[in-house]
Design a protein around this ligand. Structure first.
Ligand code: TRP
Length: 330
């Protein structure tokens, strides 16, 4: 009963990659006993950018199946699709009326997206952080696992919660960022000085649904440096250091033990060993489970439906309170 609640969401756009797995998904399953966890596929957020309908539908199902394939137990965690529970959009509207234009105009993600010369700068893009605040506040969330890029949005969710509570009393739990004990920051394989990102070119990402031979090829082409010595030195040898980190993380061993394994070996050996470890330990098992789920759409439909109902059950308690407070007839 008094377990804390964790909420996180990911957009069904692009392809989840090794960085998403080692930095997030893998750790999520270790939280499932200690916390009440909700993991949402945020399709409402996704349409702030124009999407091809059939592709969005497919990407939403695939992301949910991938969550499960990565180890999230759909009986213990509420894994669901945002648009399946109308509470998100309802609360977002109400919170819009408690958020200032100035606050939203200061969001760096909005500023970045709207300054890229895109012609579709819609109001949804501007209000994106309010919907995100609604996602979080709807469930009395205590902790939100977020990367650096989402910190400002979480800060806004906190400000809006506090503002609302100051007017109406304690309705919302004020959420905190959850900093994972062991979240690895995986680097791009072509530009190892920056992190692996969905928005970069595909050759820079190890995509979880890449065929194993594609994964091997990407690792073999990984950018290293012009020396020959295998050494952990992020500053001067970002490529080699990143490969070492991926290996240590994948195998679940320390950096010291990793360095012992590669003592005196060459870069080619390192790349092959990292590729093989990733394929054997991560890619193959995830894809086997993913393919099983894809072959059984009835099961996935059932998970989708049941989990959206569970989310609604929790969310509606808070939503009802909010509606009463603002003066709706409930
Ligand atoms: N904006 C987040 C991202 O792009 C996704 C997201 C939507 C989210 N709602 C959320 C993350 C609530 C954490 C909590 O990564």
């Amino acid at each position: 009963m008094d377990k804390k609640t964790i909420f996180s969401g990911a957009q069904p756009t692009g392809y989840p990659h090794l960085g998403n797995y080692l930095g997030a998904f893998k750790n999520w399953s270790s939280l499932q006993d200690e916390y009440n966890c909700l993991y949402c596929v945020v399709d409402l957020h996704a349409i702030t950018v124009r999407q091809v309908p059939a592709e969005l539908r497919k990407a939403s199902r695939n992301l949910l199946a991938l969550y499960i394939a990565c180890g999230l137990n759909p009986e213990k965690n509420i894994v669901y699709i945002q648009s399946h529970y109308t509470g998100h959009a309802e609360l977002a509207w109400i919170l819009n009326c408690f958020t200032y234009m100035g606050e939203l105009g200061r969001m760096t993600q909005f500023k970045d997206k709207s300054s890229k010369g895109d012609t579709n700068i819609n109001a949804g893009l501007f209000n994106y952080p309010v919907l995100q605040a609604a996602d979080i506040l709807l469930f009395g969330t205590h902790l939100v696992p977020v990367g650096e890029d989402q910190r400002q949005h979480l800060e806004l969710a906190r400000d809006v919660a506090i503002r609302f509570n100051n007017i109406y009393g304690d309705v919302f739990t004020v959420p905190e960022p959850y900093i994972a004990k062991s979240g690895a920051k995986i680097k791009s394989v072509t530009h190892p000085e920056r992190k692996m990102s969905k928005s970069d070119e595909e050759s820079s990402q190890i995509i979880l649904l890449d065929a194993p031979d594609v994964v091997m090829r990407k690792f073999k082409r990984a950018v290293t440096d012009s020396e020959t010595e295998i050494r952990y030195d992020v500053e001067n040898k970002p490529g080699v250091s990143s490969l070492l980190e991926i290996y240590a993380n994948t195998r679940g061993i320390s950096m010291d033990d990793t360095l012992v394994e590669f003592d005196g070996k060459n870069y080619g050996y390192l790349k092959t060993a990292v590729g093989e470890a990733v394929v054997d330990i991560i890619i193959n098992p995830i894809q086997a489970r993913f393919n099983e789920l894809s072959a059984n759409p009835d099961y996935l439909d059932k998970v989708l439906k049941e989990n959206a109902e569970k989310a609604a059950y929790i969310g509606n308690k808070i939503l009802r309170k909010v509606k009463k407070k603002v003066g709706f007839i409930v």
